[in-house]
Design a binder for this molecule. Structure first.
Ligand code: ADP
Length: 440
């Protein structure tokens, strides 16, 4: 049943959403989506409306009304599933199907029936799903239908008693309000749609500008970190030589100065390497999906981190039997950085414990990395993901402040999110989502 519903939804979306609209950041796409949504709902809903309608018409001997009802329903099915050349034609069919329904409902049931509602909703749907250049068509069509109906009422052209009982003054009062409302919406809704379209365009320009700037920044970071490595190696190499060869001739102050210089150059080298790693964090392809087991990647990371794991008698537990599908290299790097931090920010008196688990959500996997470390104050939850932001000095705990910035960058590249929850003194849990591959 679930599969059938999915197939029904997908086939309407395929027919009603234009594949030529460029991405989802434009009004045309959302107009198509609205149309697809209207079709998805109106078919089951019209079964509810049409079936009793047909039974009621047959009961009242209104065979023609029953026939028109059935025809409207078949037309709707054809709009959703039939072979129609373009989405625009499909939408026009939908609108004219509504006009057709409103006309025969007015004709057979008069102004107490749903005909007027259909007439108004046809114009509103048309304004919402069709290009704004047609905005006034629908008000004029409504005017035309109202005038035609007035002629039928005035000259008693109908054989239906429901129509003959209508007072022309009554009809004029009602239809003039409908025409007034139709024109008001023809004026107002295009303003909204044009406004939205303008802000989508502005957003696209800004996004383009931002991604260009980001690309430039990445290039700078990559070039700088690459070009700085060689001279830095030279400096630290010669400083080491200086210390080895002439260290014994220097007094304590001199030795201390050299020690500071060596230490500074080592730290600079760490920063440059980390910056290089950071600039490469977006290299992962978000559409490259591989299936793997969470415990396999965890074991791989444990092997790489063998020294701090064994040295601290760390216990790393991973939920078994979890299969994930994403860019494996990117995922491994994220898990590596989080586990490495869990070991680094451990409590001094107890062995570190890290628990890795996953929650299967409809569109994503929620991965949790929980530790029993020193924890993080709530006021730092955002700050720790910013590049070069640290909560400790290098003298307290070694680091460059880049590990979590890389984690955030990679996860965002994979279209996921990351956050932390922590109790200082008890431990932290890092949560991140890995979106599942879209099945079309
Ligand atoms: P680094 O570890 O090099 O300082 P990170 O970006 O990995 O850089 O981490 C930023 C800061 O977040 C760290 O300085 C540390 O204070 C804090 N932090 C990260 N992970 C943990 C953790 N598991 N427990 C406690 N604090 C953490």
């Amino acid at each position: 049943m679930k599969k059938l519903m999915l197939q029904y939804k997908q086939s309407i979306e395929r027919n009603c959403i234009d594949t030529y609209t460029d991405g989802t950041d434009n009004v045309e796409y959302w107009q198509d989506r609205l149309f697809a949504g209207a079709m998805q709902f109106s078919i089951p809903l019209s079964i509810i409306a049409v079936l009793p309608g047909i039974i009621y018409s047959l009961y009242l001997d209104l065979y023609l009304l029953a026939f028109f009802d059935l025809l409207a329903f078949l037309w709707l099915l054809w709009v959703a599933f039939g072979r129609i050349r373009t989405v625009l034609y499909r939408k026009l069919h939908f609108i004219f199907c509504l006009y057709y329904a409103s006309s025969y409902l007015l004709y057979f049931i008069g102004i107490v029936g749903p005909g007027l509602l259909f007439l108004f909703s046809a114009a509103i749907f048309a304004l919402l799903i069709l290009p704004v250049r047609y905005a006034f068509w629908w008000s004029w069509i409504n005017t035309m239908v109202c005038v035609l109906f007035a002629v039928v009422v005035h000259f008693n052209l109908s054989t239906e008693s429901a129509i003959n009982q209508i007072e022309i003054s009554h009809w004029v009062a009602i239809s003039s309000n409908l025409i007034f409302l139709s024109f008001t919406f023809s004026l107002l809704l295009p303003l909204l749609i044009k406004g939205l379209s303008g802000s989508f365009r502005k957003q696209q320009v800004l996004q383009l500008d931002l991604s260009e700037k980001n690309r430039d920044l990445e290039q700078y970071a990559s070039i700088i970190s690459h070009d700085l490595q060689q001279p830095l190696r030279t400096i630290s190499g010669f400083l080491n030589l200086l210390e080895k060869k002439y260290g014994h001739t220097l007094d304590d102050k001199g030795k201390e100065y050299i020690h500071f210089a060596v230490d500074g150059s080592v730290h600079l080298q760490q920063i440059v390497n980390a910056l290089h790693e950071f600039s490469r964090a977006t290299r992962y392809d978000a559409d490259h999906f591989e299936q793997f087991r969470l415990e396999d990647v965890t074991n791989q990371v444990i092997q790489v981190l063998n020294e701090p794991v064994a040295g601290n008698r760390a216990r790393i537990i991973c939920e078994p039997g979890v299969y994930l599908q994403t860019n494996k290299a990117a995922f491994t790097q994220v898990l590596h950085n989080l586990i490495a931090n869990a070991l680094k920010y451990r409590k001094p008196d107890i062995p570190p414990e890290v628990e890795i688990s996953a929650e299967d959500q409809p569109d994503a996997w929620l991965i949790k990395v929980k530790d029993n470390g020193i924890g993080i104050g709530e006021e730092y939850y955002e700050k720790i993901f910013v590049i070069f932001q640290r909560l400790h000095t290098r003298q307290q705990i070694e680091g460059t402040g880049i590990g979590l910035a890389i984690v955030k960058r990679i996860i965002e590249k994979l279209n996921g999110t990351v956050r932390v929850d922590s109790t200082p003194g008890t431990g932290s849990t890092f949560y991140f989502t890995i979106p599942k591959p879209q099945t079309v």
